[in-house]
Write a protein that binds this ligand. Structure first.
Ligand code: SF4
Length: 678
């Protein structure tokens, strides 16, 4: 049988790189590059190159499993569906729809997320969320409020057109490695690169101006830059008057944020703040890239709004090389949010609190009623489970037992449920706590669309069959929904996409027939529309077409260093890690490069603590303690330590204080203490 090349989308980060899976005798035997792909032009990072390693891993789930004592018993799909039906309808009948919680998956396709959201809502539950809550919920809130759209404004290749690239809170050289090629291309054409990060990351090595700020002081820095720009008359007055509202309030609010005051808060020399502000403002095309380094804070929404303010006062939006680019983490975080797998939104970002939204979907879905209002977020569901208010949860492709902060609490809460069903490709830490585990298909074993961080919607093809009894999530969700009495007659992903085309305006023209190439970029309202690579070129989808400048003032992080906990722990990724590691910890070529949990400590702190390179140390916070190998480095400043969140130990430590609006936890700032283990 000849080799077949099946086009697909990388299952790791949201850069959305395309490649071909080589299939021979029904087995995925290799990767071939896709030079025609606009985002990656054929290149892949180490994670993309290793993507096939998980497909045939011995740990793949192959059969439905029911908890039996401390172990598991294999059961048939019929028995599994009976058990779900009994358990979910039992909880519904006894405790009402708000006793059910659903987590959709940023690893699953748009069609699957749409159906999980639809099932939850039609069962009457408002409690539906996805792991965007842990990464980019502040982008959804902050960018919708300021710019009227919660997406990256410009496509990835457009970075090459920028003359100033400001990267704040993102180590993209390791998290989204293919983006570096576009930044290098811009640098080759003379672009200035500014990087703000508490850590001297691989990304920071690309910087012309490096701003090493204290964790949690991003708003102070951004306001300080705005102050310099306004004071020195570097704003774009014409743009401000034509396209924005609220400039006067910002000018007043940041008047006192002088570089000297900001230097005291952030630890960045005042002169560097001025240099960065000038470089960003005077360049003809400036872009801000950001990631979880600014969103995973109790001030995450403020941070995002402060970024948008900077872009708006300089008019750096709506044209090539100029924009605001939130880099999403998992491959379909953008799509899961677009599909309404969020507590506060229905598909297409229709607000759950708006009575018109319920009316619209009652009619569209033929429902008799829908529960109005915002539901519980992922973290709130866990708290409600701990308190016995949520009785049953259906978790698809997420691993909150590892990825939530204060993860012991999450594990206790999940154990407190009357019924937990987990649908995944591996026996994750969360699945280990379940009553029922359903074997799902990996991305290459099913078809459907994924939406990358640049809003590119791409069709990913099925290349191989799932192992043994594993099934695509779409098929599983439809079977469960039908058992629960819902009309879920979708023969395939294309039939779901057709419904999405009708109900999600941004996806109106993104039909199956048009997705044979490298995708379309939303908003694409109709079949004749070419897609919209650059947002806001004709104004904003807000009142009078104007963006909102929303002043935000610096608030310290919830936890500060203290006598008892004298260090600030911040977390992140390294190149071969991805999220909480459910896939990358099982990928041999990746895990062998960074196999163990470690903590980076500054050389001066290490000397004080009498810790040497390679020593085992114990890191403790009020929530728990974890052992890790010490790495002595000058990448972090004195008083700051860094750990990757790829291993279960890290999130035992992290803070669960959340942003008041986006409800994202403050993973990036946890006060801790460290001692050498003897
Ligand atoms: Fe995959 Fe992201 Fe690497 Fe591209 S940059 S190959 S999408 S992990």
């Amino acid at each position: 049988m000849p080799k077949v090349l099946v086009p697909t989308v990388c299952p790791y980060c949201a850069a959305g790189c395309g490649f071909y899976i080589a299939v021979e005798k029904e087995r995925a035997t290799g990767i071939e590059y896709m030079p025609e792909h606009p985002a990656n032009e054929g290149s892949l990072c180490s994670k993309g190159n290793a993507a096939l390693e998980i497909l045939y891993h011995q740990d793949r789930l192959r059969h439905p499993l029911k908890r039996k004592g401390d172990g598991w018993a294999g059961i048939s799909w019929e028995e599994a569906l009976d058990l779900i039906t009994r358990s979910l309808s039992g909880a519904l009948k006894k405790h009402g729809p708000d006793s059910l919680g659903f987590l959709a998956s940023s690893k699953c396709t748009n069609e699957e997320n749409y159906l999980i959201e639809k099932m939850a809502r039609l069962l009457g539950s408002r409690n539906i969320d996805n792991c965007a809550r842990l990464c980019h919920a502040p982008s959804v809130v902050g960018l919708n409020r300021t710019l009227g759209a919660a997406g990256m404004t410009n496509p990835i290749p457009d970075l090459a057109n920028s003359k100033c690239i400001f990267i704040i809170g993102s180590n993209l050289a390791e998290t989204h490695p293919v983006l570096s090629r576009w930044i290098h291309r811009a640098k080759d054409s003379g672009a200035v690169v500014i990087v703000a990060d508490p850590r001297l990351t691989h990304t920071a090595w690309m910087a012309d101006i490096f701003l090493q700020l204290r964790p949690g002081t991003d708003v102070a820095l951004l306001n300080g830059m705005a102050q310099v720009i306004i004071r020195e008359g570097l704003t774009d007055r014409e743009y401000i008057s034509k396209w924005t509202r609220g400039y006067g309030d910002l000018a007043k609010a940041v008047r006192e944020c002088t570089p000297e005051k900001v230097a005291e808060i952030t630890g960045i020399p005042a002169g560097d703040i001025v240099r960065a502000a000038r470089a960003y403002a005077i360049s003809p095309a400036s872009v801000v890239l950001y990631s979880m380094g600014i969103t995973q804070h109790s001030t995450g929404t403020d941070n995002v709004q402060a970024v948008a303010n900077l872009a708006l006062i300089c008019g750096h939006l709506g044209k090539p090389g100029s924009g605001v680019m939130p880099l999403r983490g998992q491959n379909n975080v953008q799509g899961a949010c677009d599909m309404g797998a969020l507590a506060e939104f229905y598909p297409g970002y229709r607000k759950a609190e708006d009575p018109e939204t319920a009316k619209f979907f009652i009619s569209a879905w033929g429902a008799s009623s829908l529960s109005a209002g915002r539901g519980l977020t992922a973290m709130e569901m866990i708290d409600a489970a701990a308190k016995g208010k949520i009785k049953a949860m259906y978790i698809v492709g997420e691993d909150p037992a590892n990825s939530d902060p204060k993860s012991h609490h999450t594990r206790d809460a999940l154990e407190n449920l009357e019924f937990l069903v987990v649908q995944d490709i591996f026996m994750t830490a969360t699945a280990q706590l379940a009553d029922l585990v359903l074997p799902a298909s990996a991305w290459a074993e099913k078809e459907g669309t994924y939406t990358s961080t640049e809003r590119r919607v791409q069709w990913s093809n099925k290349a191989i069959e799932p192992p043994e009894e594993a099934k695509p999530d779409l098929e599983i969700v439809c079977s469960v929904a039908r058992r629960l009495g819902l009309e879920f007659d979708y023969p395939d992903a294309a039939s779901v996409l057709a419904e999405i085309n009708r109900l999600v305006p941004q996806y109106g023209g993104i039909t199956r027939e048009r997705l044979n190439g490298t995708g379309l970029v939303w908003p694409c309202p109709n079949q004749d529309h070419p897609g919209t690579p650059i947002l806001h070129s004709q104004g904003f989808k807000l009142a009078e077409g104007r963006a909102s400048i929303v002043p935000v003032m610096f608030r310290p992080a919830a936890e500060e260093a203290s006598w008892e906990y004298p260090f600030i722990l911040t977390t992140g990724r390294v190149t071969v890690h991805h999220n909480a590691g459910s896939m990358t910890r099982r990928s041999p070529s990746l895990i062998e490069r960074e196999p163990d949990i470690f903590v980076e400590i500054s050389t001066s702190d290490a000397a004080r603590l009498k810790v040497a390179e390679g020593d085992e140390v114990v890191i403790a916070t009020p929530r728990g303690e974890t052992a890790a190998t010490a790495r002595l480095t000058d990448r972090v400043k004195r008083g700051v330590v860094f750990m990757p969140f790829h291993f279960p130990g890290t999130n035992i430590l992290t803070s669960d204080v959340t942003d008041p609006e986006a409800r994202i936890p403050e993973f990036k700032v946890s006060a801790c203490k460290i001692a050498r283990r003897y």
